[in-house]
Design a protein around this ligand. Sequence first.
Ligand SMILES: O=P(O)(O)OC[C@H]1O[C@H](O)[C@H](O)[C@@H](O)[C@@H]1O
Length: 488
Amino acid sequence: MFNGERINSTENRSVLHIALRAPLDSIINNDGKNVVPDVWQVLNKIRDFSESVRSGAWIGATGKVLKDVIAIGIGGSFLGPLFVHTALQTDPEAIEFAQGRQLRFLANVDPIDVARNIAGLNPETTLVVVVSKTFTTAETMLNARTLREWITASLGPQAVAKHMVAVSTNLTLVEKFGIDPNNAFAFWDWVGGRYSVCSAVGVLPLSLQYGFSVVEKFLKGASSIDQHFYSAPFARNLPVLLGLLSVWNVSFLGFPARAILPYSQALEKFAPHIQQVSMESNGKGVSIDGVPLPYETGEIDFGEPGTNGQHSFYQLIHQGRVIPCDFIGVVKSQQPVYLKGEMVSNHDELMSNFFAQPDALAYGKTAEQLLKENVPRPLIPHKTFSGNRPSLSLLLPSLNAYNIGQLLAIYEHRIAVEGFVWGINSFDQWGVELGKSLATQVRKQLHVSRKKGKPVEAFNFSTTTMLTRYLQESADVPMEDCTILPKM
Ligand SMILES: O=P(O)(O)OC[C@H]1O[C@H](O)[C@H](O)[C@@H](O)[C@@H]1O
């Protein structure tokens, strides 16, 4: 990976997200060319652009400062930036830099997501960042056309130049869409979508919200783990150890899932992000050479912040299926609260749970202990905890931009380690293609049925029945040849 070899062999690409956060003087080659200067050229462009928007030097079509940003993107062009944004939102340093500004994310093609995103915003003070590696993703492009309409309907077509910018590897399509290439921020095909938060995909929206200096700390944190991963002996190498633990749990112990349980509300979007990084990377059925695997790979990742999860799905984890857990705790809260007269601070209360849960999973509770507590015999099987349920705990010193970068990189590399051991390609995602092409077929069918009254054909019985019903029941929904935007 670090040598720039084309380890993503099915797409014939290198995998160099480590270059996105490498110091300017480092050398990371792709096809014999050092890519680090290109990375920094874009980072500097983001620094200049975000500073001009934040300072008010760059203004909207009607002369107003652009204080609100909507980032349109989905999958890897959404989940990582949302995780980092959510984590920074309560960081005291980041808060200072975000005064008076808003960052929102429009991902789903559901028009309800459009409605939620534009609610309360004025196009005059809004900058739209269209984020798409390919610039062909159906959801993102329809959302981009929708918000282009939202802007032009109130400010006129010339306003697009001031109110829309893009992040992509496909600058030709950016220009075709009508966004000035000068307002496009590039990245490269050696960055996988789910590994792209350290490229302009994350750095641009986050710099607009928090300023480049905060985001640079995030990059430095990620880079510190890259260096650790590259050079630390395996026995002390965090991503290696974590990756091996996961392989052990999945392939040797046969546990198919992994719960990601941060005891920090700021990390509320961490599990959804890791869900994509992990499940899209390692959810494969064949080896890198295309041979069906004789063992399972990948985890079913899910998670919620503690303590919320404890009151939801932990019952199953304690007494039902065995689900290896990652507990993530933070020593110092971003937002400490102390109440006079309380036994512990609010953060200590949270952390009491962080320390208690792994113990409960590991050691459980025996029938003997319950008998000593005079638990009635019929209840003993119900109140017994088997123990011997694996978990691991990570304790971060604090949660600032730097540590957030570290946490991200630890998981990115851990997932790569798992893939290397399993002998799969963790960097392609062919499994998402079939659904996309069938959706294209449905889209065509909906068009000809609605416009020309053509019956549903060439689908299986179940889909034909459901589609026909959908068309019948929505025949009265207005489909005029005019534009309708949400009325919220
Ligand atoms: O950034 P884009 O090209 O719009 O792609 C967005 C997403 O599309 C697909 O769903 C891929 O499976 C994801 O890996 C990717 O992140």
